[in-house]
Design a binder for this molecule. Structure first.
Ligand code: ATP
Ligand code: MG
Length: 291
């Protein structure tokens, strides 16, 4: 089955009228089951591999994929599946956890900036600078740990950060980084189910952390923070995708489609061989055949 407009359905490139409650975490479009979507997902993965080869060879554009979500929304699994076909030489995954003392000595974009993908590469951020308008907003006390001068850490700080993020992403986009951002939209009910599975199944125990259940108490605050983040940082060059996350197979299908569509929009091609290079190739061939 064709993936068609699946990516556009969940794309937000202007957040003005965005409301999270308009999006259903259990949505699967017209796709009925995992089996139904498998073929499309396999094709998407093969197409990604093909396009990545050109991205790497052309060495001009880069692609940054940002993943944000509540715990157990399936970020790790989605990254693993969707990127399963790509050449690891041209792809890097970075996870961002609570900042280290050294990272806290710098501005909030510092630690991610030097991990942006180089030309020809795909970069994946498993969490990102967006935590600065999510966890830090929900737990305001984290802001004091950042030791920003009092005068600058006023109520305005979240709007300041939105503005800085928008400007920064525009700067990166203007220099050849295509940015796509995924919010894996999970329901509270499904999170509970997945946490219980982590507690009940021994091979999932390692994934469980007591602090995840604690963060669940702040569910409503997080949803508000996510909504405000999407309203304020959705742009044409760096759109958010609100990806339904209650069904992992559908989450992966949407992400895979977005990646393929984005790479296709870059009109990638292998570098052209000029006359001098063609001669060089012919000489090399002659030499090898003579051996
Ligand atoms: P994940 O929860 O992404 O699956 P994990 O369980 O391996 O990964 P954790 O130790 O939970 O890793 O680290 C992620 C935690 O770090 C999250 O709770 C996140 O909110 C927090 N974090 C990330 N960036 C920041 C930040 N800038 N300031 C404070 N906390 C942050
Ligand atoms: Mg965690």
């Amino acid at each position: 089955m064709k993936t068609g407009k699946i990516a556009n359905t969940f794309r937000i490139d202007s957040g003005k009228h965005f409301r999270l409650k308009d999006y259903d975490p259990a949505d699967t479009g017209h796709w009925k089951s995992k089996e139904h979507a498998t073929e499309a997902l396999v094709q998407g993965i093969a197409r990604t591999a093909d396009l990545q080869d050109k991205l790497y060879a052309q060495d001009k554009w880069s692609l940054l994929l940002i993943f944000q979500a509540m715990d157990a929304a399936g970020k790790d699994g989605a990254i693993k599946h969707v990127m399963s076909g790509v050449n690891p030489q041209g792809c890097e995954v970075h996870s961002f956890k609570a900042p280290s003392p050294q990272e806290l000595q710098h501005d909030f974009l510092w630690r991610t900036t030097c991990n942006f993908p180089e030309r020809g590469h795909i970069g994946i951020f498993n969490r990102s600078y967006y935590e600065e308008v999510l966890v830090v907003r929900v737990h305001r006390e984290l802001l004091s740990g950042e030791r920003i001068p009092d005068k600058l850490a006023s109520k305005r700080i979240w709007n300041d950060r939105f503005e800085d993020i928008r400007s920064f992403e525009r700067h990166m986009a203007r220099n050849g980084t295509a940015i796509r951002k995924f919010f894996l939209h999970l329901s509270k009910k499904e999170q509970k189910k997945r946490f219980l599975a982590r507690l009940d199944e021994p091979e999932k125990n390692w994934k469980f952390s007591a602090s995840d259940v604690h963060e669940r108490d702040y569910w409503a605050d997080y949803q508000d923070a996510y909504e405000d983040m999407i309203r304020n940082t959705s742009t044409k060059h760096a759109p958010w995708y609100v990806v339904p996350a209650d069904n992992k197979w559908f989450t992966r299908l949407v992400i895979s489609t977005v990646i393929v569509d984005t790479l296709e929009s870059l009109n990638l091609s292998y570098p052209k061989v000029d006359e001098a290079k063609r001669k060089e190739l012919e000489e090399a061939k002659k030499k090898l055949l003579k051996e």
